[in-house]
Design a protein around this ligand. Structure first.
Ligand code: UDP
Ligand code: MG
Length: 323
């Protein structure tokens, strides 16, 4: 059993969360007595247009353990978490959402599990409080992802809510990758990992900040940066289609030479207009689909090659410029 960690950083990405923040402050204050004395809460403002930054500044004024990173615009949740990881200095680092869907009360249990010798303790969603369509989509995505990645034990139904050891944080921060899918990178990084089940509550207030577009981007980042299967799929489908068209051609040749048995089955030779159209459209569709797949990878290669930073920091409150 390890000793209790000397210090803890809690990262909270915030995008237009003015409605949830007061409750977050209150909840964290209540549970923080179970945390290491030396703790910090790093809120990352991801380009909010509401009172989020002001509220966070006030909170820093009340308690300097609350620190703030302001990004120059909305870079997305994954980038905001990366900014937090970069700023965090704790021996262990927890990541939670601002909307209280990840109960801060669980952090002490995550720490207890870390003490048993794990470097990554991720929270697994036992129950979701989202609508049936979203729930089904999440369910399918995680299973598809698991079946397609090369990561052996990709944890199902676990988001970014987790506790990471300093070693893991340092490796994640050092990754040069830009299209980040943190829960994938976390699983990929190895070390000793384990999950802890919890019930995911409903969002405390406000609308979800993950729009459908942002969710789709997250899902495609996950799939395309952790799997080459979609590329390989093109060859498989190509092979299959060629095989069946070969078979079809053979049947037509046989029909031409021995039309009688076909006639007996009620299959006279008809100039196959419909068949031609269907075949052409089908092949056209398959080609476009796989051009799209290639485009997905190409786009990612392009982004990585440009090597633009994943986020830009406009201001830091209570944090040194660089660690
Ligand atoms: N978030 C963010 N940038 C964004 C979208 C969301 O920092 O562009 C934050 C948001 O403030 C919240 C967390 O990411 O703390 C999760 O977002 P949300 O609750 O909307 O996602 P969901 O729980 O529906 O997956
Ligand atoms: Mg949420």
């Amino acid at each position: 059993m390890r000793k209790s960690p000397k210090s803890l950083s809690v990262i909270v990405p915030c995008f237009n969360e003015e409605e949830s923040l007061p409750a977050l402050f209150e909840r964290v204050e209540k549970v923080a007595k179970d945390w290491p004395e030396d703790y910090e809460v790093i809120c990352v403002d991801d380009g909010s247009g509401d009172q989020t930054v002001d509220l966070l500044r006030e909170q820093h004024g009340r308690d300097t353990r609350w620190k703030l990173v302001v990004l120059s615009r909305n870079f997305g949740h994954q980038a905001a978490v990366s900014a937090g990881l970069e700023a965090a200095s704790g021996e262990v680092v927890a990541i939670i959402d601002a909307d209280l869907q990840d109960p801060p009360e669980l952090i002490k249990d995550l720490i207890e599990t870390w003490r048993e010798g794990y470097e990554v303790v991720y929270a697994v969603r036992k129950k979701r409080k989202e609508g049936p369509i979203k729930k089904a989509a999440y369910f399918c995505f995680y299973r598809l992802m698991k079946s397609m990645t090369e990561i052996e034990d990709f944890p199902l139904d676990s988001g970014d809510f987790s506790l990471l050891d300093r070693k893991v944080v340092d490796t994640l921060v050092a990754f040069p990758e830009k299209n980040r899918f943190l829960r994938g990178l976390r699983a990929w990084s190895g070390f000793r990992q384990t999950g802890l089940e919890y019930e995911r509550s409903a969002r405390f207030a406000g609308e979800p900040k993950y729009t459908l577009k942002k969710l789709l981007k997250l899902a495609s980042d996950g799939l395309f940066s952790f799997s080459g299967v979609p590329l390989r799929l093109a060859s498989y489908v190509g092979l299959l289609v060629s095989f069946f068209s070969g078979l079809g051609a053979l049947v037509f040749v046989v029909q031409k030479i021995y039309p009688e048995p076909f006639l007996a089955m009620g299959l006279p030779i008809v100039p196959g207009f419909a068949a031609t159209i269907v075949t052409v459209l089908f092949l056209g569709g398959v080609q476009l689909l796989f051009l799209g797949v290639i485009g997905e990878y190409l786009n990612r290669i392009y982004t990585e090659v440009k090597a633009r930073p994943e986020f830009l920091v406009a201001e830091r409150v209570g944090l040194a410029k660089s660690r």
